[in-house]
Write a protein that binds this ligand. Structure first.
Ligand SMILES: *[C@@H]1O[C@H](CO)[C@@H](O)[C@H](O)[C@H]1NC(C)=O
Ligand SMILES: *[C@@H]1O[C@H](CO)[C@@H](O)[C@H](O)[C@H]1NC(C)=O
Ligand SMILES: *[C@@H]1O[C@H](CO)[C@@H](O)[C@H](O)[C@H]1NC(C)=O
Ligand SMILES: *[C@@H]1O[C@H](CO)[C@@H](O)[C@H](O)[C@H]1NC(C)=O
Ligand SMILES: *[C@@H]1O[C@H](CO)[C@@H](O)[C@H](O)[C@H]1NC(C)=O
Ligand SMILES: *[C@@H]1O[C@H](CO)[C@@H](O)[C@H](O)[C@H]1NC(C)=O
Ligand SMILES: *[C@@H]1O[C@H](CO)[C@@H](O)[C@H](O)[C@H]1NC(C)=O
Ligand SMILES: *[C@@H]1O[C@H](CO)[C@@H](O)[C@H](O)[C@H]1NC(C)=O
Ligand SMILES: *[C@@H]1O[C@H](CO)[C@@H](O)[C@H](O)[C@H]1NC(C)=O
Ligand SMILES: *[C@@H]1O[C@H](CO)[C@@H](O)[C@H](O)[C@H]1NC(C)=O
Ligand SMILES: *[C@@H]1O[C@H](CO)[C@@H](O)[C@H](O)[C@H]1NC(C)=O
Length: 653
């Protein structure tokens, strides 16, 4: 692989020699402003060696929340009180005095509802559907606090987790100053932000500002800077950088933006936003298979690490790539900063797309032939080496928990797409007992069925894992199998799982109750939002239609399908808190639970409710075709070819 990188560098320097690659800043007049900061000490994509702080960074055991998270939570929980009261007041559960109850519960915090949101993977489909949900839940967006809305739920939430495409969404919000989805959706003049009309596989362009060739040359140069600084690079570097042009509204896609810089942000440090978390899976040395036994890694603004009984430790994310050994940096050792590039991290969690990127770079029009060939060569070598992963070198967990940690003796930590273990909804960070989350809004845009609709398999995968040796104290309510799921139509409407706490028998009486899961599957409310995962570009109409569809799913069409829906969401939010305070459930909530809770019934058979035509699940519009376009049918040959290629790649794993 080194030969190819050298070739690429040689090529690059030949380009730069004749024609310096300089892309004018395109961050002009837009209301979007950066949040995560250009914090890498190098000022570029390259990490840099820096003196260690007085108290040297070290790895900690996963036997508690980090002190930084605990301190942050004290502020956040308090900050959720007012938005929660407002949200509950608007939802107006009959016979429930929300203000009196929440004020009382806030005193001890323990009884205050603790809300988490999980946005699944599924490429741009997941990003757009998830965006629709976040938009509906965000009280800053006009209309969301009107009758039928659920605005304010986001402001009342503690945690916001994203996986793969859902991780792109979460990252983009924090990279852009917690800008509301609505602003990002509208984009900016001379900016690529959320311009999903352009395929990054082809290379992005802003007419008159930069073209695809320059975009890719820019990316190649950024990655080369990391390599030149002495750090390993992998295809994930290229992938993450390419995505950045659409997700980070800063010149050159903000090469020096880091994940840890979110922690320094004014609003985040004052706990005015939820706590963002991304997930990835470890590919254990010498293995290719990702299974429920694979160790799951979490990224948050303070740390990277794992709660699993294998690695069971966390490193300070700001100092990633420092030479930790046995949890410590040797006394003579220096520290590294800037390795935790935001783009490398959201690229890591979505490395599934590496193969598609690799294969498609060869198709970029106008790239110099030698660059195309070089890229092709790199791809071949990468595939051959099974190097499609994000390599974290040095491995922070070297010599850590030797008895159980599968990477205790490897110099690199290999991480891959968080959905490859089938747990495509990032529930794992939210079901950690230390976090004591009461209710999870699980937005599922998985492509489980032939036509890219979910069938609940992500929930089942996580449930199975909680029951395995990897569970380590995590709990998730029972979820029925795929046949039952489809025949009951649970993938076509919101469903609550784990409503009845009396159905849980906790072996440890001190254990936290499993959360109630509000499952919100991608379904066609007003738009056919079932794009295949690898569809690389979308029409403006489809982008707007898919986001609005997610909004309509979150609000049940602003209450069109059920005028009690906002109250039912509020009932789900309150459920665990009422159980803790032994408060009687209001009658209106009892009827919500009757309607939305899965009651344990398993109807076996091919009675696919919303199907209408054959055994394969092919749902019809739940409200109306709001798109007035045949856009969805446009997904034609090239997407199928891409799918075949990617499936072939997955099989090759
Ligand atoms: C981020 O947005 C807030 C408003 O929510 C604003 O006060 C602040 O100045 C913005 N930060 C930057 C860096 O633009
Ligand atoms: C996971 O590990 C357990 C115990 O080591 C083993 O029995 C099981 O077969 C493994 N499962 C998978 C899917 O690898
Ligand atoms: C989780 O795993 C760690 C490390 O193996 C162990 O010490 C701890 O007791 C486990 N926690 C639970 C709740 O099982
Ligand atoms: C970490 O260790 C490697 C290998 O020994 C060495 O090349 C590198 O300079 C070290 N980095 C730091 C920051 O000490
Ligand atoms: C890559 O892009 C080309 C055209 O740009 C397309 O024909 C092809 O299907 C895409 N996918 C792969 C895996 O090559
Ligand atoms: C753990 O493993 C590392 C690397 O294999 C080794 O250097 C170290 O001595 C081991 N530590 C313990 C406590 O066994
Ligand atoms: C449900 O989804 C999984 C993939 O996640 C798939 O293997 C299974 O066949 C699906 N079941 C049905 C009935 O569609
Ligand atoms: C719900 O309200 C939003 C604006 O707040 C609107 O864009 C959308 O079309 C409405 N949905 C339905 C189904 O009327
Ligand atoms: C449970 O749900 C099924 C299907 O939704 C319904 O037919 C049945 O009556 C429910 N059972 C109870 C006890 O409510
Ligand atoms: C209650 O728990 C049992 C045993 O785990 C499970 O089989 C059943 O499906 C659960 N019922 C509900 C409604 O979650
Ligand atoms: C989307 O779903 C509809 C039916 O629900 C189906 O007819 C269509 O082919 C699907 N589109 C894709 C891209 O799978």
């Amino acid at each position: 692989m080194h030969l190819q990188i050298l070739l690429l560098l040689a090529l690059l320097s030949s380009i730069t020699a004749t024609e310096p690659i300089k892309i004018p800043g395109h961050h002009v007049e837009t209301t979007i402003s950066p949040r995560a900061r250009p914090d890498a000490p190098s000022g570029s994509y390259a990490p840099a060696v820096v003196p260690c702080p007085a108290e040297k960074p070290s790895i900690r055991r996963a036997n508690t929340l980090s002190k930084r998270e605990t301190d942050w939570l004290a502020k956040r929980r308090a900050n959720t009180v007012d938005p929660m009261i407002q949200f509950l007041n608007r939802a107006a559960i009959e016979g429930f005095d929300a203000e009196a109850y929440i004020k009382n519960a806030a005193a001890g915090v323990r009884d205050l509802p603790n809300i988490g949101i999980a946005i699944s993977g599924g490429g741009y489909r997941a990003l757009m559907n998830g965006a629709g949900f976040l938009s509906a839940a965000d009280s800053r967006i006009p209309g969301t606090t009107d009758k039928g809305g659920i605005g304010g739920l986001l402001q009342a939430s503690t945690y916001l987790a994203g996986l793969s495409g859902g991780g792109w969404l979460v990252s983009s919000l924090y990279a852009n100053n917690w800008t509301a989805v609505e602003t990002l959706r509208k984009g900016g003049k001379d900016s690529n932000i959320w311009r999903f009309q352009d395929s990054i596989f082809k290379g992005l362009e802003v007419p008159g500002i930069f073209d695809t060739v320059r975009c890719w040359a820019d990316i190649v140069e950024q990655v080369a800077q990391k390599k030149d600084a002495g750090f390993e690079t992998s295809i994930t570097d290229y992938w993450g950088r390419a995505l950045s042009y659409q997700l980070i509204d800063a010149p050159h896609g903000g090469p020096s933006y880091t994940f840890s810089s979110i922690a320094q942000d004014n609003d985040f440090s004052k706990a005015q936003t939820p706590f963002p978390m991304l997930v990835a899976d470890n590919r254990a040395p010498g293995t290719k298979i990702i299974s429920i036994n694979s160790t799951i890694f979490e990224f948050n603004p303070f740390e990277i690490g794992s709660w699993d009984p294998t690695t069971y430790g966390f490193a300070p994310i700001e100092y990633l790539a420092s030479n930790f050994s046995g949890g410590l940096i040797p006394s003579s050792g220096k520290c590294v900063r800037g390795y935790d590039s935001l783009s490398y991290i959201f690229g890591t969690g979505s490395s599934l797309f590496n193969a598609a990127l690799l294969k498609n770079l060869t198709g970029v029009d106008g790239l110099p032939k030698v660059l195309t060939e070089t890229v092709t060569e790199i791809m071949k070598t990468l595939d051959a080496d099974n190097d499609d992963v994000a390599q974290y070198v040095p491995n922070p967990f070297l010599g850590w928990n030797n008895a159980t940690n599968p990477t205790h003796d490897t110099l690199e930590l290999d991480l891959v797409d968080g959905g490859l273990d089938k747990q495509n909804i990032p529930l794992h960070p939210l079901i950690q007992p230390f976090r004591a989350v009461d209710v999870i809004f699980a937005v599922d845009s998985s492509a489980d069925t032939i036509y890219s609709w979910p069938n609940g398999s992500a929930l089942r995968a996580t449930h199975a894992r909680t029951k395995s040796a990897m569970g380590n104290g995590t709990l998730l309510p029972v979820v029925p199998d795929d046949t039952a799921f489809l025949s009951l139509g649970l993938n076509n409407r919101p469903t609550f799982f784990g409503c009845d706490i009396n159905n849980f028998t906790l072996t440890d009486p001190q254990a936290t109750m499993p959360p109630l899961v509000v499952y919100l599957p991608n379904a066609p409310y007003t738009h056919m939002s079932n794009y295949s995962t690898f569809t690389p570009s979308y029409s403006r109409q489809d982008i707007d239609g898919a986001i609005l569809n997610g909004f309509n799913a979150a609000t049940q069409g602003n209450g069109t399908l059920d005028r009690n829906w906002p109250a039912c969401v509020a009932c789900a939010v309150m459920s665990r808190s009422w159980a803790r305070t032994r408060t009687a459930v209001p009658a209106q909530c009892a009827s919500c639970f009757q309607r939305y809770c899965w009651n344990g019934t398993v109807v076996v058979g091919a009675n696919v409710v919303a199907g209408g035509g054959g055994a394969e699940y092919q749902p019809a519009f739940k409200i109306a075709d709001g798109s007035h376009s045949a856009g969805v049918r446009r997904v034609g040959l090239s997407a199928s070819v891409l799918m075949v290629a990617v499936v072939a790649f997955l099989v090759a794993l």
